[in-house]
Each structure stands twice: as structure tokens, then as C-alpha cells.
Design a protein around this ligand. Structure first.
Ligand code: FES
Ligand SMILES: [Fe+2]
Length: 441
């Protein structure tokens, strides 16, 4: 059907612009789920969400309701959240503990943590001579085709073939390395709940916003300015203002022209990095105490290397936006062509003093939570984009800023000097999109 109506999806993506249907057509959305989200490595969760045998967390991968579960073998398995008997969802809660095994709430078929059928009530009398029973794999819960984790971050791919997780992540691995290395203990631990926001816009609009360095000083200016006023006031009275004000005021103090000083790096598979823009190494006693613990764990030189990593944002296409220096990430779960769930998680650095966690929590609440003005201002624009794109007011979305002036080296596209507001990250994402959708090769 789609093939007849849109014979050549390649025509929908040009290097510097994209057709509006890519954001509004439900059939293109269905194709995206099949060719992108249900194929590539999608983030399921962090291993610390399921520390004990039987612990599970439910997660959406593409259109598939899945379960991440810790087995008695200590391994993390990812299964379709579906009973093979009549298709009942196995776990209705977001997370919990299945006990010794999964037990379906409908007719009590039971399964091991890896999904293998354990028992069917009166199996012998009911199924003798039928095709059903322990030896039939169709009687077990289906596993994700591939599961791998990197430094505790668990990903699943629903396709048997494709690059390994490490190959897929490539340079974007720095998101997890940077986050974990900042922990004196070398790893992070999830804060066991997240904010969930449903955006009334296409999933790509959110991702295109993540490294959009042109928008903050427009969209977030009013919030940044108000915070800056208070910050100055406090600084005048007490000599210094808490870092949390800086998290907001940076949106105003980093003016539109200064955003060009930063840089984006654009990698294969649509991944991109935005270099850091906030001063996150103040000389307050909390930071100094943390640095002392880091020195003990890593030595001075390595500590400098770790704390000197200058990134603000890593986008792992098509489902993850990571802010590693502040230990947070947002996972993108498309629900429909104009409906997207984002999960906003944050993490603790193992072995770091409590105030460093408070810093992460402050950013989580002030910048990324559903209650902050920052997030609200973004969401309003996402919704307005979706509305505008459904109109007949134009056919294209433009990604032309600094087009043709990027520097390409070994497959990595760097924005040129003083071109931080380039739309290179969006072009890079759409290039990957076209490749996944089968037209860009
Ligand atoms: S649907 Fe699960 S046991 Fe019947
Ligand atoms: Fe924003």
C-alpha cells in the first residue's frame, strides 16, 4: 500500500531537507518501527533496576511490550511480555519480582526467568499427543533476538543480524564511559524510578531538538533570564550562588552567538555528540571533596582526564539522549506517529559523596523533569511543530543551517569552527534514517 502511494521513500529525504510526511504519515511510522526500532539496539534499562533473581522491569521496544528480567543464572534476559498460550501479557506492572518463576495470571502456565516453559497445569492429561509441550519452543516465552549490555546499560535488538552493540554504539560509547568513570567506584546505579512524559509529537522531533544549539537561547531565554536575576542577587548577598541556578541561568548567559563556539560531532548510525557548555567544576567544598575521593580512586592524572571530558550531550540514535556529566538519560519510546513517550532517568555515581548526587537530582528536576519551565517550553514547540507539519502550508522541513560547511574526516562529520548551531546533527540523523529505511545506500 505504502509502496504504491509512496513508491520511493528516498525522495522524502534530501541532504538538507525532509518531507513533512516523514513526521505525519502513520504508514511511514509503521515502517519506521519495523525497519528501525525493532531492528537496531534499543536501550532497555540499567542492570541495577533488576538486582535480584526474578526482578523484572517492563519496557517498550518499537511496538513490542518487553520484559527485562534477572535470572537465577544472574544474567539479564529480555523477553516479549506475552504468554505463548493465549497471548496474555505476562506482567501488568511496570516492575516487580516474579518470584521463582513467571506464572501467567490466566491459566497458570509457568516459565523460567529465561522464558522457557516450566509447567502447564495437568500437562500430561491435557496435551499428551498434541504438538504442545516442553519440547515445543512455541510454548516458551519468546526472547529478544539479541541482548547485550555495556557498562551496566542493557540493550536489546529484535533482529538476529546486525552489528554488535559495541560496533553499533561506536564513539557514542563515551556516554556510558564518561558517566561511569566519574564514579569513584567505576559504575553507576539507577535511581529506581523515572519521570514519564507523553509528547504529542513525532519521536524524531524530540531527537532533533537534543543537539539543536540554536534553540536554547530562544526557547529557554525567559527561564534563563529569571534564574540569572536571582542568581546575581544571591551572589551579591552571600558571595556565591548555588550551582543549580547556573544550570538554568546558562540558558540566558550563553547567548545565541556563543552557541556557535561549541561543536557537534556526527557519527555513523545517526549518533551525535555536543561538546560541553556549562561550567561544572566549581571550586566549592562539595566539588573539592568529590575530587579528593576521585584522586584516591584513580590518581591525579586519570582524575583530570575523567573530569576534563568535555561533552554535554550524547545522542544515540534512534532512542537515547544521554547527559553523562550530570548522570542522566532520556529514552524515547515512539507510541504513534504523533505520540512519543520519554522516560527520564538519573543515576548515582557509586562511591561519590552525596552532594554530587544532589547536583544530578537538581538538574533532573530543574531541566529535565515534566514540571520545569525548560521542558515545558520545549514540549510546547514540539507540539506546535507537529501541528504545523500536518498543515498544507509547506512540504518540507529544512535542515540547511551551515549545510556544505561541515568537515568530514573518516566518516565523522564535525561542525566547522564557530558553527556550533549547524543543523549537522539533524542531517546526520536523517541520513541514518534513510539508510535504515532502505533508500539511502
Ligand atoms: S494465556 Fe497465559 S496461561 Fe493462558
Ligand atoms: Fe530545549
Amino acid at each position: 500500500m505504502l509502496q504504491e502511494r509512496i513508491p520511493d521513500l528516498a525522495k522524502f529525504v534530501e541532504p538538507d531537507r525532509v518531507r513533512k510526511e516523514v513526521y505525519t504519515d502513520p504508514q511511514i511510522f509503521a515502517l519506521e518501527m519495523a525497519r528501525i526500532h525493532e531492528k537496531v539496539w534499543i536501550y532497555c534499562g540499567h542492570e541495577s533496576q533488576v538486582p535480584k533473581a526474578g526482578d523484572y522491569a517492563t519496557v517498550q521496544v518499537g511496538r513490542q511490550p518487553m520484559l527485562m528480567v534477572r535470572g537465577k543464572d544472574k544474567l539479564v534476559h529480555v523477553l516479549y511480555n506475552r504468554c505463548p498460550h493465549r497471548g496474555n501479557m505476562m506482567c501488568g506492572d511496570r516492575h516487580g519480582n516474579a518470584g521463582e518463576f513467571f506464572r501467567c495470571s490466566y491459566h497458570a502456565w509457568t516459565f523460567q526467568h529465561d522464558g522457557k516453559l516450566r509447567s502447564i497445569p495437568m500437562m500430561e492429561s491435557g496435551y499428551a499427543g498434541t504438538r504442545y509441550g516442553k519440547d515445543n519452543p512455541d510454548c516458551s516465552m519468546k526472547q529478544a533476538a539479541r541482548v547485550e549490555s555495556y557498562r551496566g546499560f542493557v540493550f536489546a535488538s529484535l533482529a538476529a543480524d546486525g552489528p554488535t552493540l559495541k560496533e553499533f554504539l561506536g564513539e557514542s560509547r563515551i556516554a556510558f564511559d564518561d558517566m561511569c568513570d566519574r564514579a569513584p567506584g567505576g559504575e553507576v546505579e539507577v535511581v529506581p524510578n523515572c519521570f514519564r512524559v507523553i509528547q504529542h509529537s513525532n519521536w524524531k522531533i524530540f531527537l532533533e531538538n537534543q543537539l539543536d544549539a540554536l534553540h536554547p537561547s530562544v526557547v529557554h531565554q525567559s527561564t534563563g533570564r529569571a534564574a540569572h536575576e536571582v542568581e546575581k542577587d544571591i551572589a551579591k548577598k552571600t558571595g556565591k550562588a548555588p550551582l543549580s541556578y547556573h544550570m538554568l541561568s546558562a540558558f540566558a548567559t550563553v547567548t545565541i552567538d556563543k552557541w556557535d563556539n561549541f561543536q557537534t560531532l556526527n557519527y555513523p548510525y545517526g549518533h551525535c555528540i555536543l561538546t560541553g557548555y556549562m561550567g561544572l567544576r566549581p571550586k566549592d567544598p562539595d566539588t573539592l571533596a568529590y575530587e579528593k575521593v576521585m584522586h584516591k580512586a584513580y590518581g591525579k592524572e586519570r582524575t583530570e582526564e575523567i573530569l576534563g571530558v568535555n561533552i554535554h550531550h550524547v545522542l544515540i540514535y534512534p532512542g537515547l539522549s544521554v547527559q553523562s556529566p550530570l548522570q542522566q538519560l532520556r529514552a524515547v519510546r515512539p507510541l504513534g506517529v504523533d505520540k512519543t513517550l520519554t522516560e527520564i532517568w538519573h543515576f548515582r555515581l557509586k562511591g561519590a559523596p552525596e552532594p554530587i548526587y544532589r547536583r544530578s537530582l537538581a538538574y533532573y528536576n530543574l531541566v529535565n523533569s515534566p514540571s520545569t519551565m525548560i521542558n515545558a517550553d520545549d514540549l510546547e514547540n514540539f507540539w506546535k511543530c507537529q501541528q504545523g507539519l500536518t498543515s498544507d502550508g509547506g512540504d518540507w522541513v529544512s535542515f540547511g543551517r551551515f549545510h556544505g560547511r561541515d568537515l568530514e574526516k573518516n566518516g565523522v562529520v564535525e561542525t566547522g569552527p564557530n558553527m556550533g548551531t549547524s543543523e549537522a546533527p539533524m542531517r546526520n540523523q536523517m541520513k541514518a534514517w534513510a539508510q535504515y529505511m532502505g533508500n539511502g545506500r
